[in-house]
Ligand binder design. Structure first.
Ligand code: CP
Length: 313
């Protein structure tokens, strides 16, 4: 396994700065990492001596744990910073937090923050590679990479596939990174949701088709991805109620009949069962939701390996 030098020391803020060839290299590397994760002894010494900090200013289960596991499986040391329980509560800002961690010898930062652009600031203050683990509504590139890798593994390519993404289109950073990546990789994306949750110019900016009727949106789809209905937005009055939302936009067995016979069902998580997706679909043979989580570790191992210049010998 040779490290590809074009990745060394790079930041990952979103997928717009990564080429098709680079995304394919990340997939090929993740495939190898996935094999390592199946072994009894799931560890290689490639990043021994490196220290990775995960900086989470927002809640997370999947992203945080998978990044930490990924780093540990490559033998890096990991420090885990969470705003809750840190000196942020005493008024310490982002700049001083990063200066403090940097003084302890961090080699790479993983950052989740509610403010778009926070990962760029962490790079400015640290001068170290930064991987965006979700910044506000802006982007969540490692989620998009693991989503696209999950499709690529099953279908062999993304080129020409119809991918329908249903849900809270307006607030989703997962959606934005997926649309950027999928357009690059040649998939044909359709987005679907209530008009109040649909941003303007989605076709113009991302080349995605917009639909308001779920049955039209999933017609002939190779992949359907449900997005979390952000329950906290309900207070903004953007849709009448969860029951009505679920009846119009929830993924049910009935909806699946309109898609291709071998349609893949995806969800980035966390999932509101019974709202955007019914258990009969989430737990069906079409669902690759659990495999997406497994792939999250492999994709993050691949990125850490490529960016930190890992060696296997
Ligand atoms: N998909 C995702 O970002 O999940 P977490 O919020 O649990 O990390």
């Amino acid at each position: 396994m040779n490290n590809n030098l074009q990745f060394s020391g790079r930041n990952l803020y979103d997928l717009d700065t990564y080429s098709v060839e680079e995304i394919n290299t990340i997939f090929e590397t993740a495939k190898i990492m996935k094999e390592i994760n199946k072994r009894d002894y799931k560890k290689i010494p490639t990043l021994r001596g490196k220290t990775i900090a995960t900086l989470f200013f927002e809640e997370s289960t999947r992203t945080r744990i998978s990044f930490e596991l990924a780093a540990k499986r490559l033998s890096a040391d990991v420090v885990s910073f969470s705003a809750i329980g840190s000196s942020v509560k005493k008024g310490e800002g982002l700049q001083d937090t990063v200066y403090t961690l940097n003084a302890m010898g961090i080699d790479l930062y993983v950052v989740r923050h509610s403010c778009p652009g926070a990962p760029q600031l962490v790079h400015k203050y640290s001068q170290k590679p930064v991987l965006n683990a979700g910044d506000g509504r802006h982007a969540h590139p490692t989620q998009a990479l693991l989503d696209m890798f999950s499709i690529w593994e099953k279908k062999g390519t993304l080129k020409g596939l119809k991918v329908t993404i249903v849900g809270d289109i307006l607030h989703s950073r997962v959606l934005r990174s997926n649309l950027t990546g999928m357009r690059k990789m040649g998939a044909k994306a359709t987005v679907c949701g209530p008009r109040t949750l649909m941003p303007p110019k989605i076709e113009e900016v991302y080349g995605a088709k917009s639909e308001y009727d779920l049955y039209n949106a999933v017609k002939g789809a190779d992949v359907i991805m449900a997005l979390r209905m952000q329950l906290e937005r309900q207070e903004e009055g953007l849709f009448p109620g969860l029951g009505e939302y679920s009846r119009k936009y929830g993924l049910s067995k009935e909806v699946l009949k309109y898609a291709k016979e071998d349609v893949l069902i995806m969800h980035p998580g966390p999932m509101n069962r019974g709202v955007e997706i019914l258990p009969e679909v989430a737990d069906s043979p079409h669902s690759i939701i659990i495999e997406q989580v497994t792939n999250g570790v492999a994709i993050r191992m691949a990125l850490l390996f490529l960016i930190l210049g890992g060696r296997t010998n």
